[in-house]
Design a protein around this ligand. Structure first.
Ligand SMILES: Cc1cc2nc3c(=O)[nH]c(=O)nc-3n(C[C@H](O)[C@H](O)[C@H](O)COP(=O)(O)OP(=O)(O)OC[C@H]3O[C@@H](n4cnc5c(N)ncnc54)[C@H](O)[C@@H]3O)c2cc1C
Ligand code: FES
Length: 277
């Protein structure tokens, strides 16, 4: 049974990575030991009633101590509203309520040749730990490292250059990084899915980002006949399966039904999503 941790964690660091984008490092060894790539945590500020509810953030990566034991976790967040606005003011030593690990996480593979991770907006955040797990340079959730894939590419699209956060982290982790920007100020001029379409198909696709991008990726995967998983960024209230505020539609034998993104997701087989029903 996966451990569930609800704690108040001290802030180690909160550093600016790109415009309005920060990396928050939280001291929470128990959670850092348990969490796996593709899972997420909920964050809330103790003593604040506005916002009242926690907000979901993907694991960016875990941080190891001198003995190689997970001691902290990083999340990377874009300031868009109430909580993220408050997070941006945090200083080392401040405290944040955090609970998790939540969600199903990304799929494992064995002996895959090439996987492409496709990110739009702030959708790159779940992929750093996944790159390390896929290449077998780091184990997560108490599992030993195991190489699952020979080659990992990250396709990462942003609206404009100064919103790109963490590309150097992905290169250092061993991914081949391909960048795109809507306004042409960084890398390929256009959508990340258009950039991806100029390359040969990989054996598997995994996407995270805004829904229009994910729909485009699912269509490209369908045309290529390549399996594809998508991590959804649906707004959430409880994060633990109780409130049903996060549902998405999936195909069933009877047509479609709802699934809770926080429990049955956030990662879904793209072919299972009932986008147009
Ligand atoms: C599984 C999962 C993982 C995620 N991982 C990450 C991650 O790693 N990093 C990350 O940055 N985000 C991530 N997100 C998204 C993140 O949860 C949201 O960005 C966050 O909840 C925003 O919280 P907030 O309180 O700052 O914004 P809120 O105040 O709740 O605002 C939310 C949205 O509403 C808009 N909004 C707010 N106020 C108004 C207004 N008055 N009028 C019109 N629009 C308004 C904002 O622009 C924003 O888009 C993830 C989401 C999910 C589901
Ligand atoms: S956020 Fe409450 S059920 Fe998913």
């Amino acid at each position: 049974m996966m451990p569930f941790v609800h704690t108040t964690a001290a802030v180690y660091a909160n550093v600016l990575l790109a415009r309005q984008t920060y990396r928050l490092r939280l001291h929470c060894p128990e959670l850092a030991r348990a969490i796996r790539p593709g899972q997420f945590v909920m964050l809330r500020l103790p003593g604040h009633s506005d916002p009242l509810l926690g907000r979901p953030f993907a694991l960016y990566d875990t941080v190891l101590d001198e003995e190689g034991q997970p001691i902290a976790l990083d999340v990377v967040y874009l300031v868009v509203g109430k909580l993220t606005g408050l997070l941006a003011a945090l200083q080392p030593g401040d405290r944040v309520a955090v609970w998790g690990p939540l969600g199903n996480g990304f799929p494992d593979f064995s002996a895959l040749d090439h996987i492409a991770l496709v990110a739009g907006g702030i959708g790159q955040t779940p992929f750093l730990a996944y790159v390390r797990a896929l290449l077998g340079t780091r184990g997560y959730g108490g599992r030993p490292p195991r190489r699952m894939v020979r080659r990992v590419s990250l396709y990462y699209g942003v609206r404009t250059a100064d919103l790109a956060a963490g590309a150097e982290d992905f290169r250092a982790a061993g991914a081949a990084v391909h960048l795109a920007s809507d306004d042409g100020t960084l890398g390929f001029p256009g959508f990340v899915t258009q950039l991806l379409a100029t390359h040969p198909p990989p054996q598997h696709l995994v996407g995270c980002g805004p829904e229009p991008m994910l729909r485009g990726l699912a269509q490209l995967a369908g045309r290529w006949g390549v399996p594809c998983h998508l991590s959804l960024e649906t707004p959430m209230a409880c994060g633990i399966g109780i409130c049903f505020s996060c549902v998405t539609r999936v195909r069933t034998t009877n047509g479609w039904d709802y699934r809770r993104v926080c429990v049955e997701g956030p990662v879904f087989d793209a072919a299972s999503l009932a986008w147009d029903t």
